[in-house]
Design a protein around this ligand. Structure first.
Ligand code: ZN
Length: 383
């Protein structure tokens, strides 16, 4: 952080991150940023500690002001500083962001201990890498599911200890046919590479077989004489092919192998259909539950505990943290994240069930899981 690279050409001022009335000059590669040290110190413990030290006598200066040299890339520093200083550049989840911004903010916020920003970034990351099958199925964003970024995401998750992201990252990696990229990725340990490749083998064999077993099982209540069975087996041959590695195209992963449209193409009786839907759902849940184990990552419970610890709300000890609380006739909107927060437990201990309340939070940092009001109805929760 204190070494001073000397490029042949002079450094360039960073567009949009040069505030004349601010006194901290940061340099990364060939770019210089002029920002408020005081504001940066509020966000980042590392900057706070660094700026509280006396200025060394041999400190390099620019325009009479000391320069801080960072060894990070210009892109990382730029994204990080924009997230701190530019309103709307990196908003909480529900607002969209782009992967290069997210990865820069994750790296920098972790390195410079900008905890609130780190939490915000982790929530963005976690929403695209859920720990439940229901959430996974609800992700409709092809970008979030894209496997092309999965290696980068896995590398960052390792770097910053976001292990709960890894099962779905590895799952997406397995979707690609680029084992060489896994092998040559220096951020992943040999053990992880081996687990990843074992995972590919498992998913393409046992994973596919288990998930499609419902097409082969015989349902004893079926009243047709073999018609249902013939239709199922024909479908099994067609669909199983999609899950097999062919060396060229992307492999369809077990959880995505059977699509809703397939049901309508099955010529089976109603009883068989009900039975098959249940057994397929069970098989999907079983595979999902095993996903961390397939990649040598423990179980979801451990990973969810890690996630909760990393992105947990600030501990609230009283309602002085909230600027307002009032009874409300407004219909119920329950917020899942809020239901797991410490404030919620304080709330149910101190409030009278059967009333509805609206809580307004005092600052964005307290409501980072949700940018607007959080509303909860105790009557519905009580039942
Ligand atoms: Zn049948």
């Amino acid at each position: 952080m204190t070494t001073s690279p000397k490029p042949e050409d002079g450094p360039m001022r960073a567009e949009g991150l040069w505030f004349e009335d601010c006194g901290l000059i940061i340099r990364a590669e060939d770019r210089i940023f002029r920002v408020s040290g005081a504001i940066l110190a509020v966000q980042s413990t590392v900057f706070r500690d660094m700026l509280s030290l006396p200025t060394p006598e041999n400190q390099e200066t620019l325009d009479g002001r000391p320069q801080v040299f960072l060894l990070d890339t210009t892109e990382d520093v730029s994204h990080f500083l924009r997230a701190v200083f530019c309103y709307g550049f990196f908003d909480p989840f529900h607002s969209s962001t782009k992967f290069p911004i997210l990865s820069s903010v994750l790296r920098m916020a972790d390195k410079y201990e900008a905890d609130e920003l780190r939490k915000r970034a982790l929530i963005h990351l976690s929403k695209a890498h859920p720990t439940t099958l229901k959430e996974w199925d609800s992700i409709d964003d092809t970008v979030a599911r894209a496997e092309e970024k999965a290696l980068d995401i896995a590398a960052i998750a390792w770097q910053i200890g976001a292990d709960w992201v890894l099962p779905t990252s590895f799952y997406r990696i397995c979707q690609s046919t680029f084992e060489d990229r896994i092998i040559t990725r220096h951020e992943l340990s040999d053990a992880d590479k081996i687990n990843c490749i074992k995972g590919i083998r498992y998913l393409e064999t046992t994973g596919v077989a288990d998930i499609l077993q419902f097409l082969l099982d015989c349902y004893y209540n079926c009243w047709t004489s073999g018609d249902c069975s013939a239709s199922r087996q024909e479908m099994h041959c067609n669909v199983a092919r999609l899950g097999k590695y062919n060396g060229e195209n992307m492999t369809v992963m077990p959880l995505e192998l059977w699509r809703c449209t397939h049901w309508s193409n099955l010529d089976v009786c109603e009883d068989c259909l009900v039975y098959m839907k249940e057994t397929h759902k069970d098989a999907q849940q079983k595979l999902w539950s095993n996903l961390p184990k397939i990649f040598g990552l423990g179980d979801w419970k451990q990973l969810e505990a890690m996630e909760a610890e990393a992105v947990k709300c600030r501990d609230f000890t009283s309602f002085s943290d909230a600027i307002g609380l009032r009874r409300s006739p407004i219909p119920i909107i329950s917020d899942t994240a809020f239901l797991h927060s410490p404030l919620f437990y304080w709330f149910i201990l101190h409030m009278i069930p059967s009333d509805s309340y609206v809580m307004l939070f005092a600052s964005p940092s307290q409501s980072h899981r949700r940018p607007d009001d959080i509303r909860v109805n105790l009557t519905s929760l009580d039942s």
